[in-house]
Write a protein that binds this ligand. Structure first.
Ligand code: SAM
Length: 364
């Protein structure tokens, strides 16, 4: 029997394989539980590291090194990994990137994912995080293919500010995407904004009103140390407390219980049915309930956004010898990744190291 593939730390050679046998270890098809009892039910699939925008907090304008085309997983490769994950209880798949709509085969990816079933025979949920550009042209096909939910990112509702922040003149395209989503049956519709000091912190109420007008929930994300340019500065981050204070001056915020493993803490606005979410990964981490795994566009499994280790599926997916590329091998890599998951992301630990790859390559 061949040894199990082992984690690859970016920028270094893979360590020597452990001396444990690969193959069925009795866990294939059982729940993906880590060493802290967290059962994993959510796989984020990054479809590409490329994007139609260059948001200042995500990517530098110049100097990005893109993944080679040949390293990007094909639809059959993605679906194979997803199927093995579904067999182990993953019930939600979120497509992200980079910008997932840049993939020409996006409708095929959605259709094939939506056809997967959990071990109980339940249909899986397929969601997507997108910047909305081009969504109006493809949303009907995506819905028909089985997409359930959309999160659309919009950090500002001011066209001039949008151009500055994203370094692209695509505001009208994003709005067209949001309007198409508002007309669609895909619910709940969520809009995401990263709250940033001196950039959009004066727009938090406007963003919520914009979301409400489009039948959507606004969600504010604390800025995380995940920019490809490694320029994150904690002082530039608008914190959960500050977000809640700003919104609290306009609405009464009623916490909504029953968050489960969801990243967003939700609040009902006044006595309406309108809801706002806050994702406070930095100041109020929610690692204790994390049920997420990530697959990068080039076939690396990650157990945390902030992990510096990745688990390479490519040697298994593209093994020349079929005996080295079985579903059991994929399952073994998956479980090695889960087994190594730490209790928390450790942003506040003195030895915290920002991952080598940025959010665009990891998959937001
Ligand atoms: N292109 C798609 C989009 O714009 O939604 C999907 C990928 S993008 C990386 C996913 C989400 O990550 C977006 O909502 C974006 O605002 C967020 N994001 C990117 N960099 C971030 C950072 N450093 N901190 C917090 N959120 C970030």
């Amino acid at each position: 029997m061949k040894p199990a593939p082992v984690p690859v730390t970016i920028g270094t050679r893979p360590p020597a394989p452990p001396a444990q046998p690969l193959g069925p270890d009795g866990r294939r098809g059982t729940a993906l539980m880590d060493g802290f009892g967290r059962v994993h039910r959510d796989l984020r699939i990054s479809l590409t590291d490329r994007c139609s925008l260059r948001c200042t907090y995500c990517m530098p304008e110049q100097g990005m090194e893109w993944l080679s085309r040949s390293s990007i997983l094909s639809v059959p490769e993605i679906i194979r990994v997803a199927r093995i994950c579904a067999e182990a209880g993953i019930s939600t798949f979120r497509l992200t990137g980079g910008e997932p709509l840049l993939r020409r085969d996006i409708v095929e990816v959605v259709a094939e994912l939506a056809a997967l079933r959990t071990p109980d025979g339940e249909a899986v949920q397929v969601a997507m995080t997108t910047n909305g550009i081009g969504l109006d042209k493809v949303i009907d096909a995506l819905a028909e293919a089985g997409l359930h939910r959309l999160n659309i990112s919009i950090d500002t509702v001011r066209p001039d500010r949008f151009a500055e922040l994203t370094r692209r003149n695509r505001f009208n395209d994003v709005i067209a995407g949001i309007e198409a989503a508002a007309r669609s049956a895909l619910r709940p519709l969520k809009l995401n904004a990263v709250a940033m000091r001196g950039v959009n912190e004066d727009e938090l109420v406007d963003l919520v009103e914009f979301a409400i007008a489009h039948g959507a929930q606004m969600r504010f994300i604390e800025q995380m140390p995940l920019d490809a340019g490694h320029t994150w500065d904690r002082n530039q981050m608008v914190t959960r407390e500050e977000i809640l204070q700003a919104l609290g001056r306009r609405w009464q915020l009623h916490p909504i219980p029953g968050r489960g493993g969801a990243p967003a803490e939700k609040f009902q606005l006044d006595n309406t049915s309108d809801v706002v979410g806050v994702i406070a990964s930095v100041t109020a981490p929610f690692c204790g309930a994390c049920d997420r795994l990530r697959l990068t566009a080039d076939g690396q499994l990650r157990n945390c956004l902030f992990s510096t280790d990745e688990y390479d599926l490519v040697p298994v997916l593209r093994a020349e010898d079929p005996a080295e590329g079985t579903d059991d091998h994929i399952d073994a890599v998956l479980r090695a990744c889960i087994d190594a998951k730490k209790a928390g992301h450790g942003i506040d630990e003195p030895d915290f190291l920002q991952p080598a790859r940025g959010m665009n390559a990891i998959g937001g």
